[in-house]
Each structure stands twice: as structure tokens, then as C-alpha cells.
Design a protein around this ligand. Structure first.
Ligand code: F6R
Ligand code: MG
Ligand code: MG
Length: 370
């Protein structure tokens, strides 16, 4: 019997220019991307696609049959971002080409600036997926909600009462500093897992697997622009793909993980802690102090690779209270002004004046008198 064909979902995103400032996306950039991906669909490189945005990030949601890390798919995304950058330059949009760290494509878009989450699987009888996309934050922002979805029985009832989930899930965690990963099995190694996931600026969940069959359940982008470029060049505004239902978290369990607006890194100048606020796509337009950080959730049914959707989940009024709480927290955090823990610890800031200030004041630093 021939092996059933796998479908690949690739979500690749980049900030290639903001409108106005870093707030949102100009519709002409989306049109450029739509046109280019339509050509790719007609030529059968893609099965299907959607173009959307979260804040100032251009999001390409693509399905195909070429597997993850495919050079043709990555080149397609790179070319779309280059085209959109040229449009952003024509329109004099802000920070055109911000996330493109190279002038030429080298085979794999990872390490070149854009964020990328991908997974391949054999489509189930029915395949409900959610694509989460965030702005003004960094990849570690998904650690807490992903743990909630796949590891926390207080969030996901299925872990306790669904026989197909009761064995738990395996989490792949990346150490972005040392560029190596570890797989940990939950619930047996939950406490070890939380040692890492609780430190999201260094350790980031990048893949979750169903334990029994090792099938992929979730994949996140874990690129950190600051480490790639050797300096900070912008927050990396991550994406996350989650398969749902029938042995994976239910749609409502995956969404419930965002009902608590937890503190994430990002916000103004990528240098502050603030609450992650789930919103409808039309509200993913960070304004107050360039924030607070936003996350949107697009639900799709896959039908032989065709994306049936999206359903814009966080537009639901059941997230109104989360948004209200997020704004209360935003207000509280803002009152700290330039003080930690609103401002990030020194090593995590995207902008810093510390070296210059220290150098200028060097001679005035003295040993304290006992
Ligand atoms: C955060 C972000 C914005 C900018 C801020 C200053 O990720 O994109 O908060 O950092 O608007 O931007 P520049 O330095 O481009 O003037
Ligand atoms: Mg920007
Ligand atoms: Mg952004």
C-alpha cells in the first residue's frame, strides 16, 4: 500500500515595513503577497494559502506537499518578503525590510530574519487547526499557553478525562543561547520541563508531540532576531500552529490557554514586560506605548490541504474580560516607567544606552569607602 501523502503547513512571517510607524500593515503589502502566492498556487507549488497580518507583521499561511524546510517554499516566502519590501520602500512605509537580515537567499529562511513554524502530517478524517500569531513580543511568549494546552489539567480537561490524551505529550524545548534542544515527557518530567519553560527568554518550546505515536501536535517559531543578528534588530513576533480535537486539545482548550493575559517580553522598543492581549485581527494594531502585545488566533478546517477558514477566534466576547484585565495590567506596569520589572533586565533589552553612559561616566566610578 502506498504511504498516505503528508500535507505540510508552513507559516512564515516577517515585518517588512510598518504603517504608521510599527502599528499595522498597509493593505498594498498584503496585495503584493496575495498576488505572488496565487501564482505559486496556480503553478501547484502551494496547495493553498492565506495572507494576513498581526500588527506590523506580514503572515504567510501556506499548505503544500513538499515537507518542512523545503528550499522552494522558503524561497517563495523570501521572494514575497523582498517584493513587499520594495512596495514598502515605494510607499515610504516605516522600517521597510526590517526583518530581512540578508540580501540574498541561502536555501533556508531560518536564520535570515523571518519567523517560521512548520509541520507535516497525514490529514485526519477531519483536521481542525489553529494558527496563533503575535506582535510586539518574542517566541518565549508561547511557553506558558503551550504548557497550559498540553500539560496543565486545570486548562485542558482532556488530559484527565479523554483516554486518547491521558498519556500526555512530549515537549521539544530549544535553548536559544546554546542552540541545542531537549525533549521532555509530560506529566512524568513536568517539574523538569517547567524549570526551562518558566525561563522563556532563553528556553522556548518549539514542538509538541503526541506521546503514543510521536505525531506532531504543535510547532512554534523560535527564531530570535537579536541572536541571529548578533544584536537586537526587532522583536521576533512569533507564530504557533496547533492541531486540535480527537486526541489533541479541543479548540476551546487551546483558546482557553490565552484567557489569562500573562506577562511577556516585548512592547515598547522590545524592551518591556507587558500583558499578552488576545484580540480580533482588526484589533491587532498596537497603539498604546506601541502595545500592549497582541495575539490573534485563526482557525481552519483543512480539506485535502485547502484552508477552510479562517474563523477569527479572539473576536469572541468571551475574551472581553481577558482584554479588560490586560489593560488593567498594562496600566499597572506602565506606572513603573523606566524601572524593572516593566523595563526588561539589561541583557534582554532591544535598545540600550548603558555602554555609552557607562563609558562617559567611567572615570567617576570609584571604589565605595567602607
Ligand atoms: C517594538 C517595536 C516598537 C519600536 C519603537 C521605536 O517591537 O517595534 O516599539 O521599537 O516604535 O522604533 P524606532 O527605533 O524604529 O523608532
Ligand atoms: Mg516593525
Ligand atoms: Mg511586529
Amino acid at each position: 500500500m502506498p504511504k498516505p501523502r503528508e500535507i505540510t503547513v508552513s507559516v512564515i512571517k516577517a515585518d517588512v515595513g510598518g504603517w504608521v510607524g510599527h502599528a499595522t500593515m498597509h493593505h498594498e503589502l498584503m496585495q503584493v503577497a496575495e498576488r505572488a502566492l496565487l501564482v505559486a498556487k496556480k503553478s501547484k507549488l502551494l496547495v493553498d494559502f492565506r495572507v494576513t497580518h498581526c500588527g506590523d507583521d506580514l503572515e504567510l499561511i501556506m499548505t503544500h506537499t513538499r515537507g518542512t524546510e523545503n528550499p522552494k517554499i522558503h524561497k517563495l516566502a523570501w521572494d514575497v518578503f523582498m517584493k513587499a519590501t520594495r512596495k514598502a520602500q515605494q510607499l515610504k512605509l516605516y522600517a521597510a525590510g526590517q526583518d530581512l537580515l540578508s540580501d540574498s537567499f541561502s536555501g533556508n529562511i531560518k536564520g535570515m530574519g523571518p519567523g517560521c513554524a512548520e509541520m507535516s502530517f497525514v490529514e485526519r478524517k477531519s483536521e481542525p487547526l489553529i494558527i496563533f500569531m503575535a506582535d510586539k513580543t518574542s517566541p518565549g511568549a508561547y511557553n506558558l499557553p503551550v504548557f497550559r494546552m498540553f500539560g496543565d489539567p486545570f486548562n485542558t480537561a482532556g488530559l484527565v478525562i479523554d483516554p486518547s490524551m491521558h498519556d500526555g505529550f512530549t515537549f521539544g524545548v530549544l535553548d536559544v543561547l546554546e542552540n541545542r534542544e531537549v525533549r521532555l515527557s509530560c506529566p512524568e518530567e513536568m517539574y523538569d520541563l517547567l524549570v526551562f519553560l518558566g525561563a522563556p527568554s532563553r528556553y522556548m518550546v518549539h514542538t509538541v508531540y503526541r506521546k503514543k505515536v510521536g505525531e506532531v501536535a504543535a510547532a512554534a517559531s523560535t527564531q530570535k532576531l537579536n541572536l541571529m543578528a548578533g544584536r537586537y534588530v526587532g522583536k521576533d513576533d512569533p507564530v504557533l500552529i496547533v492541531r486540535t480535537q480527537s486526541g489533541f486539545p479541543a479548540v476551546g482548550e487551546a483558546l482557553e490557554a490565552f484567557a489569562f493575559p500573562h506577562l511577556v517580553e516585548g512592547w515598547m522598543r522590545g524592551s518591556h514586560h507587558g500583558p499578552l492581549m488576545p484580540v480580533a485581527t482588526e484589533d491587532a494594531q498596537p497603539t498604546r506605548f506601541d502595545g500592549p502585545p497582541r495575539v490573534i488566533a485563526h482557525g481552519f478546517q483543512l480539506n485535502r490541504g485547502i484552508l477552510v477558514g479562517p474563523v477569527d477566534f479572539f473576536g469572541d466576547p468571551s475574551f472581553d474580560l481577558t482584554r479588560q484585565r490586560a489593560m488593567d495590567i498594562a496600566d499597572y506596569m506602565r506606572r513603573h516607567g523606566p524601572f524593572e520589572p516593566h523595563r526588561l533586565p539589561l541583557a534582554e533589552m532591544e535598545y540600550t544606552t548603558l555602554p555609552q553612559v557607562k563609558e562617559r561616566l567611567e572615570k567617576r566610578f570609584k571604589k565605595p569607602k567602607d
